[in-house]
Ligand binder design. Sequence first.
Ligand code: ADP
Ligand code: MG
Length: 683
Amino acid sequence: MYNKSNYKNLLLELSHLKGVGKKTVNLLKKKKIYNIFDLLWKLPKSYTDRSFSTKIKDLRIGVEQTVNIVPKKYNFPRIRNLPNRVLCTDETGEIDCVFFNSYEGYIKKILPLGKEITISGKIGIFRNKYQITNPKYLSEDASIIKQKHNKYSLTEGISEKLYNKIINQIIDKLPILEEWHSKNIIEKFDNISWNDSIKELHKSENIGKYRKNFYQRLAFDEIFSTFLVNSEIRKKIKKIKKEKKVINLRQQDKIIGDLNFELTDDQNKSLNEINNDLKSSTKMFRLLQGDVGSGKTIVSLLSAINTINSGFQVAMMAPTEILAKQHYKLAKNIFPSEIKIELISGKSEYKKKKDIINRLSLKEIDILFGTHALFQKNIIFNKLGLIIIDEQHKFGVNQRKKLSDKGGDNCDILLMTATPIPRTLTMTIYGDMDLSIIREKPKNRKAVKTYSKLESKVDDVIKFVKKEIELNNQVFWVCPLIEKSKKIDHASAVKKFDFLKKIFPNKVSLLHGKTDVDEKEKILNKFLQNEIKILVSTTIIEVGIDFPNANIIIIENANKFGLSQLHQLRGRVGRGNKDSSCILLFKSNLSENAKKRINILKNSDDGFIISEEDMKIRGFGDILGFKQSGIKNFKLADPIHNEDLFILAEKEIKRLEKSNKDLSKFKPLIKLYDRADIINDIA
Ligand code: ADP
Ligand code: MG
């Protein structure tokens, strides 16, 4: 039975609604609207005001208007292609109601002669007489029509009228839910309830009122439910007791002393935070966040050596083989010779693999590098104490949870990402983890000079590249697509390759999405060894790989990229202490807005600032590709504009964590906002 206070009513399928048949259900499914709750977030974009009626003599052509009329005479011509007409009047004039494809019987029923009827629609004119064609709104009951009718961005196949009917039904039957927030919180939103907030949200006059209490409250609900789930996962992880790692810093300090650079303060601070986690009796679940080139690898390797020295093994996973190899080589280079280091790759021979697996189980390997192949079932460590995952910003909460379960209780987890995002987003996406941030760049780093240029001036760019190559420098040339697409006029990497290799024989290689793995690795290695000078590629230049000798990056069709993406690409160069440049090529002159964006990039080399500014201009939607990552977007909340709500939610979560209160009153919130699939305990 329908229970007015049960949140589950909102999770009912759409077929429970009146007027919603299979066809409509399927159309909505295509828009990812599966249940009643999903429909609540489909907001009106504008509205048509049908609440005032106009006398016939005052009607305006081409405008939606409401008229009270009395049908006087039917005119059914019974000739194909000629419409049926009904002559209607009020005391000031005449208007024809025109029907194409409607039966006489039906017309007689809806427009009975002599009875006052209210109609609403766009007014036309034909042979000097007003007419209204197939009026959508027509009723004896004027009150149904004389309202503001919301306009939604319509799903094809569903009329505005049906849409309004569906939404109105839902709003009418909205369950009255018990308040889940504390008094303190709800006061900040003038004590408006969830139920009333939804009602306000759908009122025509409230369209776009983002600062109003109802909107803010609902945005807060959304943020809060996300944070609550994060907090629960975090609590669960914190409960896990592990064997403390006994750390002797001697070897770490010796390695640091032998480096040809000094660690930055932020690197030292992060390293300390990690070491403290290793030493503690609770499992580490930490994110090391730092811009491209900020030096995360060395920090993670130092924590690896500490783990190894306390008698544990370490697994370090990279997104690509070549990056895994680079990390492996670095470890070989800086670790003392008694540390046993191995690399496992998809291409390792069977015999070699078997040998690694065997030695791993005997604890004859201290640290193993590899790609996700590291987590195959048959790879079993003897005493795994730390998993390091590099450059995996596309891991969702679920995957991280699985990861933290892997390796057993004694295994600490360190994730690294070079995706600088505003703090509000970090709280949202990584709220289940502890956080170390490297903001400071290594001291010897020179900012990459950034230029924009018209593509037609490519000859100047070529001259510049020639000079740089003479100085033994290397160049990335980035093109957006592999093959010329007829639809979108992207530059073609293949064509560019052909063009450049004529100018620079034997100095250019091409890398694109279809290059096979072996070939790709060969090419990247050649580039690393400085055997080729120019690498033409699509955006797939591997994340994370360090090319210390590359100091020029040229990016074609630069306006097709987001600023953060451009910044990440730019981060491929300027690792050494040479002067380096990034040249952005554009097809045509930049618009004012585009200039503004590019200036942000030219004036800052701080990825955090860049992403924040970019989001202010472009919205946070899909700036970093999180959409594809399975991380859900907010329906109302906005990490830029609702920063205050994020901070409030964070505070409230901290308060709850301290108070240790029963969280069962949040069950409807969690269930409705669908963040609960990852935790079962609250439910
Ligand atoms: P990322 O944070 O992008 O993973 P890496 O760890 O690959 O960056 O470091 C980029 C380059 O910076 C490497 O060549 C590394 O040796 C160097 N590097 C790291 N820390 C410092 C430092 N404190 N001073 C100078 N160079 C450093
Ligand atoms: Mg890296």
